[in-house]
Design a protein around this ligand. Structure first.
Ligand code: NAD
Length: 287
């Protein structure tokens, strides 16, 4: 049996079209066009590509975006001043600070400085708290993208055992939280760098979600024949991008799997578009 390939590009395209339609309707009804402000500090090549892709996606979805480029030696105060200006600018609805920031900057303080109503990455503690309580304002983009991939592919999570590998604040932890929510109803195991025998845990999993950042970390023989495999990892191996799962070893015997690239990556951007639209709505309908 060959696995069902979960096509993130196609599902993301569908989300983008819906955002586009809703943005047009919003403009007609309120005169407001959603506007994302992205901040890029320094010239990290991968970050430049990510920001460019987000800008392109905004343009395709009919959302406005503005890129604020700052030098790698920007000070904490300068960056916080820019964020404060964007926070109070009513023409800006979403603010995205591209990570990683240069090492001399205090990332937590910077992310906390973004006003929660414009926090389209859902990194602010207020938004993390709301998400954990099951009443989200914004959903974190990558985990929300994974949930959407599963639902759009007709893959149920209720009552199934999901093993999440990785416990980062951006992917692993919120991923586990979304799978646990009422409505998703999965039983969740979270593995990390101190977890013994991850292979044995994966062998019990109906759904494996890998967010480790190590190429081919998950071996084919860790996966049950009917498992669903979501590969969040993006790793450069020579001139190729590969995930955290040994795709070639897995694809022949699991039930469904995401490719890298073309799986979770496009969904992360699609969820950012949805969050920007939500942010514009929240700010437009508030007094
Ligand atoms: P991270 O480095 O912050 O976290 C990695 C996690 O993996 C940690 O929690 C750590 O405990 C765990 N880990 C590390 N080594 C391990 C080991 N030997 N055994 C078990 N667990 C181990 O990374 P992140 O930001 O969560 O990203 C993870 C991967 O996902 C990266 O490849 C990143 O590029 C990718 N990513 C992709 C998207 C997307 O849109 N597709 C978005 C964000 C991150």
């Amino acid at each position: 049996m060959t696995a069902q390939l979960i096509d993130g590009k196609q599902i993301a395209e569908h989300c983008r079209l819906q955002v586009q339609q809703q943005a047009v309707a919003m403009l007609q009804q309120t005169g407001v066009s959603p506007h994302l402000a992205a901040i890029l500090c320094g010239d990290d090549p991968a970050s430049q590509v990510y920001v460019r892709n987000k800008e392109k996606a905004c343009a395709k979805a009919g959302l406005r975006s503005t890129l604020h480029r700052l030098p790698a030696d920007v000070t904490q105060q300068q960056l916080q001043q820019l964020i404060a200006a964007l926070n109070s600018n009513p023409d800006v609805h979403g603010i995205l600070v591209q990570l990683p920031l240069p090492r001399h900057l205090d990332t937590v303080a910077i992310l906390d400085a973004v006003t929660p109503l414009k926090d389209v990455d859902a990194f602010h503690p207020e938004n993390v708290g709301l998400m954990l309580q099951g009443r989200p304002r914004f959903l974190p983009c990558t985990p929300a993208g994974v949930m959407r991939l599963l639902s759009a592919s007709g893959i149920p999570t209720a009552g199934r055992h999901a093993v999440v590998i990785g416990r980062s604040d951006i992917v692993g932890k919120p991923m586990a939280a979304l799978l646990l929510q009422k409505g998703a109803d999965a039983t969740v195991t979270v593995c990390h760098s101190r977890t013994p025998d991850i292979a044995a845990l994966c062998r019990q999993a109906d759904i494996v979600i890998a967010a480790v950042g190590i190429p081919n970390f998950v071996h084919g023989d860790w996966l049950k024949p009917d498992a669903v495999v979501i590969d969040v990892g993006i790793n450069r191996l020579g001139d190729k991008l590969v995930g955290d799962v040994d795709f070639d070893a897995a694809v022949g015997h699991v039930a469904a799997i995401t490719p890298v690239p073309g799986g979770v990556g496009p969904m992360t951007i699609a969820m950012l578009l949805e969050n920007t639209l939500t942010a514009a709505r929240l700010q437009t309908t508030r007094p």
